[in-house]
Design a protein around this ligand. Structure first.
Ligand SMILES: N[C@@H](CCC(=O)N[C@@H](CS)C(=O)NCC(=O)O)C(=O)O
Length: 210
């Protein structure tokens, strides 16, 4: 028997991007918080039993199959959205630019820069390098955003949902001050009820599930 789709996320982790998209698109997907510290789901199951990677996000389909990797999950969620608003046709320049920016955020901003900055056990020299690198990566995106409202053009896409998470994290940690060229973009994100709604929900869940 087919079951409801589920989205496994951890409050304020990179799975925030998919949460925003689910809200933006009004998708009927059950939200399942996961504690990454305890590696446990909200109903006390071992997260490794859901996904051997034990990393968020995880999208679970009605037939029990799972999909992991943020870039892939975001594209699949976008494909389910009405009128494919958040990922233009991949054969168009706008669609290709969206994929380019999603991968930039996943590799250059998230894994190469944010991951070492926020992970325990990373040598301080590596953390310093990662912080400097983060500044360069944010500067590149800032230059782009001086020419368009959103990363891939004038409409909000999955790349913005992901980059918005990165900005939220750096802002909370005091690594980015809202005074540079990103401020107008950040305020534009905050005008979106799906974005602020996801922040509100995840902040409330943070203590319990971080
Ligand atoms: N390659 C994965 C990485 C996702 C990832 O780094 N998730 C983090 C949260 S932002 C996580 O689950 N960390 C816990 C862990 O790595 O054990 C993806 O792109 O989805």
């Amino acid at each position: 028997m087919s079951q409801a789709m589920e989205y496994y996320f951890s409050p304020l982790a990179c799975s925030f991007a998919g949460h925003v998209l689910i809200r933006e698109a009004g998708l009927e997907i059950a939200m399942r918080p996961v504690s990454l510290r305890r590696k446990e789901t909200d109903d006390g199951r071992a997260f490794a039993d859901i996904s051997a990677k034990s990393q968020v996000p995880v999208l679970k389909f009605g037939d029990g199959r799972i999909l992991t990797e943020n870039s892939a999950v975001l594209q699949v969620l976008a494909d389910m959205a009405p009128e494919r608003l958040y990922l233009p046709d991949r054969s168009t320049p706008a669609g290709q630019s969206t994929l380019e920016w999603v991968n930039y955020v996943a590799t250059e901003v998230h894994k190469l820069s944010l991951y070492p900055v926020f992970s325990d056990g990373v040598p301080s020299e590596v953390k310093r390098w990662a912080r400097e690198n983060l500044e360069k990566k944010l500067a590149f995106a800032t230059a782009r955003l001086s020419r368009s409202r959103y990363l891939a053009g004038d409409t909000f896409t999955i790349a913005d949902a992901y980059f918005g998470w990165a900005l939220m994290l750096t802002l909370r940690a005091g690594l980015w001050k809202p005074a540079d060229g990103l401020l107008a973009y950040w305020n534009r994100l905050l005008e979106r009820p799906a974005f602020t709604g996801a922040i509100e929900v995840e902040e409330e869940l943070f203590e319990k599930f971080a």
